[in-house]
Design a protein around this ligand. Sequence first.
Ligand code: HEC
Length: 156
Amino acid sequence: MPALLSVRNLVLLTVFSSIYVYLSGCNQQDVPSSVISNQPVESLEQRLLGADVERGELLSFACRACHTLGLGEDHMIGPNLYGIFQRDVASSIGFEYSGILLGEDFIWEPEILDQWLADPDDFLAGNNMLFAGFSAAEDRADVIKYLMEITLDESL
Ligand code: HEC
């Protein structure tokens, strides 16, 4: 995949890695990670209430290495994600999905995106999204809230 090596992607990935290291550091300052991991994960609905959209915007740089988010923007390594919520899986026109994703039949609800982003390969083994996922439930809520704000399809 030559597009993976483009300068733009490398810059985005570098920027994102620095931001993520910084954000992870912030998380661990107050609460030891042993305490975090022992806590039951709240429902997405609960987490969205306290989600931080600005933090979600920073986290979305991970997605922007492979996806555009704006209305009418081109597909990259992954499909354009504008209007993703309430849309059928693998239905963005003009993007070549894997057979794995094409063989699925569900609608992208925020709760499903939460599971997908926790570990894409665990959610659907063998799909083409080479992304390790966000293991922290709080990170997923922040980025989902941000995506809900900026990728809402006004034509729905
Ligand atoms: C390394 C590149 C890469 C990164 C990083 C990445 N994705 Fe993807 N994503 C893909 C590819 C490729 C696909 C298509 C998968 C397939 O066809 O199996 C995809 C598919 C998706 C889909 C399904 C779209 C549809 O139309 O059904 C969603 C939703 C998604 N990605 C969200 C995200 C979000 C949110 C992030 C950031 C947290 C992210 N992705 C990060 C490459 C990536």
